[in-house]
Write a protein that binds this ligand. Structure first.
Ligand code: SF4
Ligand SMILES: [Zn+2]
Length: 429
């Protein structure tokens, strides 16, 4: 596991890559008003980090204007399932239309796999607190909660960031939920920098009888890769601080772990997910959602996928991670139900996709890994061979730089870059 200082050391090695041809990230104003992202600020020396951020900016510049006709209607809401108090129950999921995640809009152009900014967000005029409240009420009053004990609210970013969801709207929404006695558990999402003692105390006072679960997208426990591959912009130590506040206040903590982020080989993806789940549980996480990579529009992963620089994870890899981690605690598999819907999702071969997915769904229902044991298909051999032959993170990273013309700016051979990257990591890990 790498810590912040290690990351800084790694990134200072990466200064070599830029040779001053690319402006410093701080000059580009990427970090904007996100002063609270201390570790992202400290990364300004990294020319490499700015490559990824600039590339994300380039990708986002292609997003066609989207101005939804009615900002007083939620983006979407639906009913899903969840394991709760020993049985499967319904849960309502409300997607609020928003102005978008601040990290994606103002800082480093967002996480490399996240497609929220291209959809269900409006960029021209701010959505007011009142608009958010009406959106919420529209969905809330339509859903019959009598047999739905769980509510998830997603706002395409951080529920606890007041620049994304005004505090007045947050408080009103929480009050409305607290009055609905059928709702036993509320799940919200937030980046860790917005999780403070004061905001948590306020939520607890507004929701005295409702169990709260906060989900944070840790994605990986490896700081270097979370920054370079995922462009996440926060550190494991920031996650640990937030986890500490959440646990001290007896709130449930869910963590998303991403299977096979950009540049990872299949085997690196499996190993990293296993290690990250171990780390997350050791930091007090109650529930893991293992999120295998999907392709959404206007993302780095879509670019890599279209350029044949990325292959979707196999369903066999999901099973492998589950088998190696399910004894540690509650590990669920995200079933690729994102909104907007992804263009590509993890798969095996056409002969066994359905049966494998059914087994994964059954695992989610029972948390028994035995349901994954009886699966066989000829493609499993291909998957196993793949594990031993795929090119690795640094080669994939360099191939991306080459394809995106970044290597030209870097002015170094792939072997120099690869050696520098490897040397930096080996020396400081
Ligand atoms: S994954 Fe979360 S933090 Fe990252 S850009 Fe998307 S909404 Fe923002
Ligand atoms: Zn198969």
């Amino acid at each position: 596991m790498m810590h912040t200082n290690t990351v800084r050391a790694n990134l200072s090695n990466l200064k070599l890559l830029g040779r001053n041809k690319i402006p410093d990230i701080s000059e580009l104003g990427f970090l904007g008003p996100m002063e609270s992202v201390q570790d992202a600020g400290s990364l300004s020396a990294s020319q490499y980090y700015s490559f990824i951020a600039q590339f994300m900016q380039h990708i986002h510049s292609g997003i066609p204007p989207y101005d939804p006709p009615d900002v007083r209607r939620p983006a979407h809401f639906e009913i899903r399932e969840e394991y709760f108090q020993g049985k499967y129950v319904k849960r309502a999921v409300i997607f609020l239309l928003s102005n978008g995640c601040e990290w994606a809009l103002k800082s480093a152009y967002g996480c490399s796999m996240c497609g929220h900014i291209a959809k269900q967000t409006r960029s021209k005029e701010p959505i007011s607190a009142d608009d958010f409240i009406v959106q919420f009420k529209t969905a809330f009053s339509t859903i019959d909660f009598r047999d739905i004990p769980i509510l998830n609210i997603f706002n395409n970013g951080s529920f606890l960031n007041e620049n994304e969801l005004p505090s007045e709207a947050r408080r009103t929404i929480l009050r409305l939920i607290s009055w609905k006695k059928d709702i036993k558990r509320l799940l919200i999402e937030s980046r860790p920098e917005f999780i403070t003692e004061s905001i948590i105390r306020e939520i607890k006072s507004l929701l005295p009888n409702t169990e709260l679960e906060i989900a944070i997208g840790l994605e990986t426990s490896d700081d270097f890769r979370r920054i370079i591959s995922i462009n996440k912009g926060f550190s494991l130590s920031q996650f640990a601080q937030a986890a500490d506040i959440i646990k001290k206040n007896k709130i449930r903590l869910r963590s998303y772990i991403l299977l096979k982020p950009p540049f990872y080989s299949e085997k690196e993806g499996i190993d990293d997910a296993v290690e990250s789940i171990n780390t997350a549980f050791s930091l007090g996480v109650d529930v893991i959602s293992l999120e295998a990579m999907t392709v959404q529009k206007y993302t780095l992963i879509e670019y890599l996928f279209n350029k044949n620089l990325y292959k979707m994870p196999w369903l066999w890899s999901i099973n492998e991670v589950i088998k190696k981690t399910s004894h540690l605690g509650r590990v669920y598999v995200g079933l690729f139900k994102f909104y907007p819907s992804p263009d590509s999702v993890p798969n095996n071969c056409s002969l066994c996709n359905d049966v494998t997915m059914n087994a994964i769904v059954e695992y989610n229902r029972t948390l028994r890994t035995e349901v994954l044991d009886g699966l066989h298909c000829q493609c499993k051999d291909d998957w196993e061979n793949n594990l031993n032959s795929e090119i690795d993170f640094y080669q994939n990273l360099y191939d991306f730089m080459l394809t995106a013309n970044i290597s030209h700016d870097v002015g170094r051979s792939r072997y120099q870059v690869e050696r520098e990257l490897r040397h930096g990591l080996v020396k400081t890990a």
